[in-house]
Design a protein around this ligand. Sequence first.
Ligand code: FAD
Ligand code: PYC
Length: 416
Amino acid sequence: MQKYSIFALARNALSRHRHWRPAWRSPQPKREYDVVIVGGGGHGLATAYYLASVHGLTNVAVLEKGWLGGGNTGRNTTIVRSNYLWDEAAMLYEKSLQLWEGLSKELNYNVMFSQRGVMNLGHTLQEMRDIERRVNANRLNGIDAVVLQPDEIKRRVPIMNTAPDARYPVLGASFQPRGGVARHDAVAWGYARAADARGVDIIQQCEVTSIRRDNGAVTGVDTTRGFIKAAKVGVVAAGHSSVLAAMAGLRLPIESHPLQALVSEPLKPVLDTVVMSNAVHGYISQSDKGELVIGAGIDSYNGYGQRGGLDVVEGAVAAIVELFPVFSRVRQLRQWGGIVDTCPDACPIIGTTPVRGLFFNCGWGTGGFKATPGSGWVFAHTITHGAPHKLNAAFSLDRFVSGALIDEHGAAGVAH
Ligand code: FAD
Ligand code: PYC
């Protein structure tokens, strides 16, 4: 455990941070690794950590074209929950939630996981029927979920407008008490430090520019820092997954879209749970700093710019203000976008590819932050054994040929 006394903190601050011990090394890339992970977001770093900690594979490199967590990991609104409809998805996200519950201790790094509950509002009779069906399915899978009536919602969130004549009347909600939020970049840093401590090389500013193959098997990757040989390559590149797949002659059923979020000026504590509404395309929570964290549905066009259209955030803010009229005078502090990799059934692709030794983990779309620990855990297993774990077997690329899709649009949290 790294310990700093108050005097060490003061000394470091006064010396302009020159004596801070870096949390991970910045090694030169080796010529060859057993496994190369492409993408230094939370999923890539978690994969490297579990390769080392669970499977004893330490001759591993994580290659990141920018900086750690600079993709969607550092741009998301940090909602964590496991209340998915279908057994396959529920089990995968629940594994992840269980890992979240012990993550700060496991990594010896405070990821600020806060189980303040996640509420999904229903505004129509049909939405309430869908909510009841999902809550019943969750409970059959051992996942904590309850249906809340409007009076209970009002008790928990007094500032919400639950008047029956509201434009989007609140008829009820599903609520997962174990859901919540975490500190996104701490998750990347915590996994990075723990993976580095086990010998994993984390290499930033190293873009993969092509994937070399020979006789149907991967042999390594060309990068902006030279060729790196590896018999196993795991790609975890979120919004750029299709670009990486094309380098290996593969076509994924993935679309890349901007997804935006914004925060307000900081306020005193006013909202102690997460509130989401698919019907109005808006969701909100309050960060530990006091900012209201507000998100929208995806921008409808495809693109790789980490920004989006003003109309989308305008619509989300309008919806939030109808639900919370008291926020109408709050000022916006900043807004940003990330590029999400949406899949036709709103579920990820995690597994092998037609190229031997090449593995893909993508398609998490608007909802992969919550899956970071579970995704890394199953992907590390898949890469080690060359075959999926039973928790990710259903999430293969083959399902788009067999038709065994897992339609989670209703539980995806954000419309896409
Ligand atoms: P990333 O963090 O994007 O990592 C991929 C990395 O690959 C990037 O750092 C990128 O630079 C790198 N890369 C790409 N190409 C190359 C290359 N050629 N060579 C080397 N490196 C490369 N999910 C939730 O569960 N809850 C939420 O509340 C939530 N809110 C969201 C809000 C917004 C605004 C956005 C944009 C997303 C949200 N998500 C949410 C989705 C979530 O952020 C993502 O699914 C998740 O973070 C993906 O993690 P990742 O590690 O796969 O991707
Ligand atoms: O998957 O819960 C989610 C989510 C919330 C906001 C964006 N994604």
